[in-house]
Design a protein around this ligand. Structure first.
Ligand code: RB5
Length: 142
């Protein structure tokens, strides 16, 4: 189950992500926002972060205008590794190296075509399980 969250800035791109997940039959839980009316991004970043941290959802996708504010908010929750990605290489690498559990994107930065390639890479790339990466991730939590 993928947890989804966005603010008004991320809302149009989130609609594209939802369409993609539905086409791929990937289950998701949408925590909103549900319109382009102005809202505060920390609320949605934290809702998704808590759903991932408590195991309700396996991974999350967060979108705001830049992807910055909403990823900063999510990363305040213990156990969350939210990675702001604007390219496919980073999405793949953050899964392999950081075992990132939330993908953040900026709807005003990244177009829908690239964004869906990023989502695909993020969801399909497994963690490497390499000892050095596990050690470094553990050091983040210290
Ligand atoms: C909203 O205008 C905008 O500040 C927000 O979407 C995001 O970019 C914040 O980091």
């Amino acid at each position: 189950m993928i947890a989804l969250g966005c603010d008004h800035g991320g809302f149009p791109l989130m609609a594209e992500v939802i369409k993609y997940l539905e086409e791929q039959n990937i289950p998701f839980k949408n925590f909103g926002t549900f319109s382009d009316e102005s809202v505060d991004y920390p609320k949605f970043g934290k809702l998704v972060a808590h759903a991932v941290a408590d195991g309700t959802c396996e991974k999350g996708i967060l979108i705001c205008g830049t992807g910055i504010g909403i990823s900063i908010a999510a990363n305040k929750v213990k156990g969350i590794r939210a990675a702001l990605c604007g390219d496919v290489f980073s999405a793949k690498a953050t899964r392999e190296h950081n075992n990132a559990n939330i993908l953040a994107m900026g709807a005003r930065v990244t177009g829908p075509g690239l964004a869906l390639e990023i989502v695909k890479a993020f969801l399909e790339t497994p963690f490497s399980n390499d000892e050095r990466h596990i050690r470094r991730i553990n050091q983040i939590e210290d």
